[in-house]
Design a protein around this ligand. Structure first.
Ligand code: IMP
Ligand code: MG
Length: 183
């Protein structure tokens, strides 16, 4: 039987640790957004498992939205371009306190441009939550509001994160074997 976990043997964040991380983040978010109109905005596709875990641990009422985007760096321009494949289809953003849910922050371009996009659309407030942070890779000056775990500069997959659309379904975050084999 094929077992994809055989291709990702180095576990960086186990299923147990992911459970601990999402519990702690959800507790903090539930405290901080008390009295607000929390709208969880998941960024497809990488945030799906993280979004799914965190939404069920947040004790406040929350609405769900999704966007699908990709970012392209543009040389020396600080923020590059955000390509929007799926935008939020709703009005009345002046009553929404968004919390963007992302799998990982790397250069920082995607999250910084998303915040700008929502502010331009008239959102009342916009905060960001990322499961993983690779601070050493930052190219734009951006600090997420909530971070699950800081990791070193390794290419990681699993729990939503992909390599060429593979491995998103793994229940943990790991470094694929090929990263070590190609060294
Ligand atoms: P940023 O705009 O450079 O911060 O890019 C963030 C996006 O790059 C994430 O949403 C991921 O899709 C992708 N990404 C960055 N690092 C990794 C990784 O180690 N594994 C898989 N995807 C990654
Ligand atoms: Mg992504």
């Amino acid at each position: 039987m094929i077992n994809i976990s055989e291709e990702v043997k180095h576990v960086l964040v186990s299923a147990e640790e992911l459970d601990t991380i999402t519990t702690a983040l959800a507790k903090k978010i539930s405290e901080d957004f008390e009295g607000k109109n929390l709208v969880l905005l998941g960024i497809l596709k990488g945030s799906v498992p993280f979004m799914s875990d965190i939404m069920r641990k947040i004790t406040l009422p929350a609405e769900l939205e999704f966007m699908k985007v990709s970012s392209y760096g543009a040389g020396t321009v600080s923020t590059g371009n955000l390509k929007i494949h799926l935008d939020i289809l709703r009005d009345g953003l002046e009553n929404c306190d968004f919390l963007i849910i992302e799998d990982i922050i790397d250069s920082g371009r995607t999250l910084s441009m998303l915040v700008e996009h929502l502010n331009k659309k008239g959102a009342r407030s916009v905060k960001t939550c990322t499961l993983l942070d690779k601070p050493s890779r930052r190219e734009v000056n951006f600090t997420p509001d909530y971070v699950g775990k800081e990791i070193p500069d390794y290419f990681v997959v699993g729990y939503g994160l992909d390599f060429d659309e593979k491995y998103r379904t793994l229940p943990y975050v790991g470094i694929p074997n090929f990263v070590f084999e190609n060294k």
